[in-house]
Design a protein around this ligand. Structure first.
Ligand code: DHK
Length: 141
């Protein structure tokens, strides 16, 4: 059974009440439920996590080295700032999928740079919660 780690960065715990016109009405728990359902259909196991702390995300990425078959990451605002998360992801040999609920490239200029983009094999943006299950299917294809 393939193991997938899904990581969510800062403020994604506030989904549902956080700018729903941008991020949608689903909560992170709703998204977790969708992902678990999809993973079950695809015969994969899932570890779904969220942290507001950069170092905790870095530690989880380090711990996943050699332990999972793919990582899906929505690093929230750390996407645009974190060389530490970039460096941690470089340690991985498994495929990485970068997911965003919104499409950062069409938003403020400070969201146009992603330190994760060059390391990810799969990129899904602007599809809301459905982007997570799309990334899961792509990783497991
Ligand atoms: C989520 C965030 O928290 C923002 O900081 C990113 C991303 C976009 C999203 O669309 O999921 O800029």
């Amino acid at each position: 059974m393939k193991k997938i780690l899904i990581l969510n960065g800062p403020n994604l715990n506030m989904l549902g009440m956080r700018e729903p016109e941008i991020y949608g009405h689903e909560t992170l728990d709703d998204i977790k439920g969708l992902c678990l359902e999809e993973a079950q259909k695809l015969g994969a196991s899932l570890d779904f996590r969220q942290s507001n702390h950069e170092g905790e995300l870095v530690t989880w990425i380090q711990e996943s080295r050699g332990a999972v078959d793919g990582v899906i990451i929505n690093a929230g605002a750390y996407t645009h700032t974190s060389i530490a998360i970039h460096d941690a992801l470089r340690l991985l040999e498994c495929p990485i999928a970068e997911v965003h609920l919104s499409d950062p490239k069409t938003r403020e200029p400070f969201r146009h740079v992603s330190y994760i983009e060059p390391l990810a094999k799969i990129h899904v943006s602007g599809k809301g919660a459905a982007g997570y299950t799309e990334a899961l299917r792509a990783l497991l294809a």
